[in-house]
Design a protein around this ligand. Structure first.
Ligand code: SAH
Ligand code: SF4
Ligand code: F3S
Length: 440
């Protein structure tokens, strides 16, 4: 510590839930060193930007943020600015060239070095960069104490899939699965301190345990389901190719694993799936969804979709819209293909012009919104179970929560408390939210 002043930290997570979870572990390290969370960036003694590089616009936003922080460093020369995560891993010391006011760069898998890096900065300030080289299994870094109902728990790191558009395997390394007993112990502790819902994280959770011989993903779900006091279990991301019957049976036999299937399809034609190296066909995927629907008639389905991948034609695109009409997802996360240098797709011929990509994105979103609304309208006058999360942002008398199928519900608050499971009758279903009334 520099002096007796209480030092404060601010962590800005970008990108996916994995980064959010890493951010909580950075926070854990800082709190064990005596730091406390800052309310505002202006108050912070250390700011960590935990970065994402999955698409170019994510990087642009982050470099913009790094630029904004320059004036804070002018006001407070002791402020330490660290850049961590996937873009840090990719750009390394190039970040100092673009932004010399950055103090340190820590790649993925190097977050456990944070205390040592800070000691080094206190004794002799200068640019420090540490990047993951061999992507070994990171030590178990405990997250900061969580006083919310929700927790993200990484069960594995890295990805072996090499989808041709994706940079994640290059910045996160190969798959490494954490020990099942370590995961169960961590979740048990969280549940004892008030967490009710956990989301198990990995780039492809269905591969969990393939690098071990003691448990696979189905076994892990069964173990987590038995933790005393846990209410809801979610997981992401589930690669359609690797979702086994054993996992489906484990979900069916569980009490707490939610009936929400996020199964990113990425595209709706065989030609594009092949070019993307996704490892399944549309026929396989449709049968998988049909199988799940037979077992879980009330399940919800969501997906990720990319438009504008190299070689995509109008014909491909209209087949994709047809595919969506057939599957009928509850919601979809839609992305415009972004060239990531070093990935196979970046050098493929027939890159799609930006204007066409944008046009397709809008058409895709319009169709999906129509489908989402139609599906939600079927919930009119139905009663759903919701976990109470607390007041909504805009109106303190209106409370909010999610269904097990991961839909957002809003209702007029009575005397229900945060963490309660309540029944809400849906009166105004919309595309993104369901509005309803609390049932007695
Ligand atoms: N491992 C997960 C998520 C990876 S990143 C999975 O396989 O689903 C989250 C989403 O970002 C992906 O599902 C994909 O739809 C999108 N994405 C990844 N790389 C992209 C790129 N280069 N351009 C546009 N979208 C991309
Ligand atoms: Fe990227 Fe594919 Fe791995 Fe997901 S499964 S992280 S999209 S390479
Ligand atoms: Fe982004 Fe890294 Fe996640 S690139 S999407 S933060 S794994």
């Amino acid at each position: 510590m520099l002096d007796n002043k209480q030092l404060l930290y601010k962590i800005l997570p970008y990108g996916c839930q994995m980064n959010f979870s890493d951010g909580e572990r950075f926070a854990g390290q800082l709190e064990r060193m005596g730091y406390k969370p800052a309310d505002k960036m202006e108050d912070a003694d250390i700011i960590i930007i935990n970065t994402c590089c999955v698409r170019e616009n994510a990087e642009k936003k982050i470099y913009g943020k790094i630029g904004e922080i320059k004036h804070l460093k002018q006001q407070n020369p002791n402020l330490i600015l660290g850049i961590t995560g996937c873009m840090a891993q990719k750009d390394g010391d190039k970040i100092f060239k673009k932004a010399p006011h950055v103090d340190f760069v820590l790649g993925t898998n190097k977050m456990y070095d944070l205390p040592a890096v800070l000691e080094e900065i206190y004794t002799s300030r200068g640019h420090i960069v540490k990047l993951a080289g061999d992507y070994d299994m990171p030590p178990n870094v405990e997250p900061a104490k969580n006083d919310s109902l929700f927790a993200y728990v990484p069960i594995m790191y890295g990805c072996n899939n090499f989808c041709t558009y994706c940079i994640v395997p290059y910045v996160r390394g190969r798959e490494r699965s954490r020990a099942p007993e370590e995961i169960v112990a961590e979740i048990t502790k969280m549940v004892q301190s008030g967490v009710k819902e956990v989301t198990l994280l990995g780039q492809n959770v269905n591969s969990y345990g393939k690098d071990r011989n003691d448990a696979d993903f189905a076994d892990l779900l069964t173990m987590v389901d038995k933790i005393e006091g846990i209410e809801r279990i979610r997981y992401m991301t589930s690669h359609p190719r690797d979702l086994t019957d054993k996992v489906i049976a484990a979900i069916k036999n569980s009490k707490h694993v939610c009936e929400h299937f996020h199964l990113p399809v990425q595209y709706g034609t065989d030609k594009m799936l092949k070019a993307m190296n996704r490892g399944y066909t549309t026929a396989y995927y449709k049968e998988l969804i049909a199988k799940i629907r037979r077992d879980f008639p009330n399940a919800s389905f969501t997906t990720d979709l990319i438009v504008g991948f190299p070689g995509e034609t109008d014909e491909d695109f209209s087949q994709m819209l047809e595919f969506l009409r057939e599957i009928r997802y509850d919601a979809a996360y839609t992305f415009v293909y972004s060239k990531r240098s070093g990935t196979p797709a970046a050098t493929m011929k027939n890159q799609v012009p930006e204007a066409i990509k944008k046009d397709r994105l809008h058409k895709l979103m319009d169709l999906q919104n129509e489908i989402s609304l139609e599906i939600n309208e079927k919930l009119l006058n139905q009663t759903v179970e919701v976990m109470v999360e607390g007041p909504s942002k805009t109106d303190k008398t209106v409370y909010t929560g999610h269904t097990r199928t991961n839909k957002i519900v809003l209702w007029q608050h009575k005397d229900e408390k945060v963490g309660d499971l309540v029944k809400v009758k849906i009166t105004h279903p919309q595309t993104w939210v369901l509005k309803g009334e609390l049932e007695a």
